[in-house]
Design a protein around this ligand. Structure first.
Ligand code: UD1
Length: 338
C-alpha cells in the first residue's frame, strides 16, 4: 500500500517513514525542505536499505497538490507532518502559520474527500489542552484557548478534519496529540536538526553539552511542582513513530470506532526539567552547565498523558525510558558534530 508522508524528511516524519518501510508500506515523501534536508533520505536508506520516493513540493501551491494526486491516484493514505512549529515565530508571523499549517491541510483534504476510501493521520499536539485541570490528561479533557497562532493551527486543524469527516463517510482520520517528542533513531542515522538556536529543552541540552551553547537556562524554579520546575511527558520519537503505524493500520483495517478519532501519544510519565538534566548527566557522563532564570511566557506548569485509550484502542504503548531517549539524542548530537 502506498502512503504519502508530507514533511517526511523532518524530525518526526523521517522516523515515521522508517517505521512504515520496516512494515513494508510503500512511501512517497513530499517536503519543501524548509526545515529539513535531502540528506535525510540517505539516513533513511542506511537504516532500512530502501529508498523512498521523494518529491520536493510546497503544499501551499494548490495546483501542485492537485497535480500530485492526479499522478499518484493510488495514494489513499496520508500522514501529514508538513507544518511550521516554532511557537515564538508563530506569534511574529501569524499569517505564515495559518497559511502553512491550514491551507495545506485544506488542499490535502480536498483531494482525499472524493476518494472511495481514504485514511488521514494528523500531527496534533498536547498544546490543545493548555494547562489541563486534571492530570494525567485524557482525550476528553477540554481544549483551552490557544496561547499562540501555532497552537491555534493545531486546534483549528482538528476542527477542520472533524467537520469534513462528518459529511464524508469515506474519509477516516485520526489526530495524534503528541506530548514532548525527544530522541533519535538508535542508529544515529536520523534525528532532530533544529534551525538556529533550539527552543526545545533536549536539543538545547545536547548542544550545551557538546559546547555549542554556553549554558542552558532553566525557565523558572518556582512552579508548584516538587522541585519547582515544569513537568512534561517526554516521549522517544521512535515510540511516537510506531504510534503512527498503529493508527494507520487501525484505519486500513477499519478497526476505528468513528471516522474521526483523537489519541494522546505520550509515555504517561511526567518528568521535571531538573529530572531531565540529571538523567542526561547520568547517561552522557557529563556535567551540564545550567542556571535558573525567569519563567518563559506561555509555559504551563505540568502536562502528561493518560495513555489508556492509545494503549487499549490502538494497541500501542511506549517502550523507551527517558534515559534511553536522552542517550539517543546525545549519540545523535555527537554524530552530527563529529
Ligand atoms: C513547546 C511548545 C509547544 C509545542 C512543543 C513541541 C512553547 C511555550 N510550547 O512545548 O507548543 O507543541 O514545544 O515540541 O514553546 N525549558 C527550559 N529551557 C530551555 C527550553 C525549555 O527550561 O532552554 C523548559 C520549558 O520551560 C519546559 C520544558 O523545558 O518546562 C520543555 O520545553 P519545550 O521543549 O520547549 O517544550 P514545551 O514547552 O512543552
Amino acid at each position: 500500500m502506498k502512503i504519502l508522508v508530507t514533511g517526511g524528511l523532518g524530525y518526526i516524519g523521517s522516523h515515521v517513514v522508517v517505521e512504515l518501510l520496516n512494515e513494508n508500506f510503500e512511501v512517497v515523501i513530499l517536503d519543501n525542505l524548509s526545515n529539513s534536508s535531502e540528506n535525510v533520505l540517505d539516513g533513511i536508506t542506511a537504516i532500512t536499505h530502501k529508498k523512498p520516493e521523494f518529491i520536493k513540493l510546497d503544499l501551499r501551491e494548490k495546483s501542485a497538490v492537485q497535480d500530485f494526486f492526479k499522478k499518484y491516484s493510488d495514494v489513499s493514505g496520508v500522514i501529514h507532518f508538513a507544518a511550521s512549529k516554532a511557537v515564538g515565530e508563530s506569534v511574529e508571523l501569524p499569517l505564515l502559520y495559518y497559511e502553512n499549517n491550514l491551507n495545506t491541510l485544506i488542499y490535502l483534504l480536498s483531494q482525499l474527500k472524493d476518494k472511495n476510501n481514504a485514511q488521514f493521520i494528523f500531527s496534533s499536539s498536547c498544546t490543545v489542552y493548555g494547562q489541563a485541570d486534571e492530570l494525567p490528561i485524557t482525550e476528553s479533557a477540554p481544549t483551552k484557548p490557544a496561547e499562540s497562532p501555532y497552537g491555534n493551527t493545531k486546534q483549528i486543524g482538528e476542527e477542520i478534519i472533524k467537520d469534513i469527516c462528518k459529511v464524508t463517510p469515506n474519509l477516516n482520520a485520526i489526530a495524534l496529540r503528541y506530548f514532548n517528542p525527544i530522541g533519535a533513531h538508535e542508529s544515529a542515522e536520523i534525528g532532530e536538526l533544529p534551525l538556529g538556536v533550539p527552543q526545545n529543552l533536549v536539543p538545547y541540552i545536547t548542544q550545551t553539552a557538546i559546547g555549542m551553547r554556553e549554558e542552558l537556562s532553566v525557565f523558572g524554579d518556582d512552579y508548584p511542582t516538587e522541585d519547582g520546575t515544569c513537568i512534561r511527558d517526554y516521549i522517544h520519537v521512535v515510540d511516537l513513530a510506531k504510534a503512527h503505524v498503529a493508527a494507520l493500520k487501525r484505519l486500513v483495517n477499519a478497526k476505528n470506532k468513528d471516522n474521526f478519532e483523537v489519541f494522546n501519544i505520550g509515555t504517561g510519565k511526567g518528568s521535571s526539567v531538573l529530572e531531565v538534566i540529571t538523567a542526561f548527566e547520568k547517561v552522557s557522563n557529563t556535567k551540564l552547565n545550567y542556571k535558573i532564570v525567569d519563567r518563559r511566557e506561555g509555559d504551563i506548569t505540568a502536562a502528561y498523558a493518560d495513555t489508556h485509550k492509545a494503549n487499549t484502542e490502538l494497541g500501542w504503548k511506549s517502550i523507551y525510558s527517558l534515559e534511553k531517549a536522552l542517550l539517543s539524542s546525545w549519540k545523535w548530537e555527537q554524530k552530527i558534530r563529529s
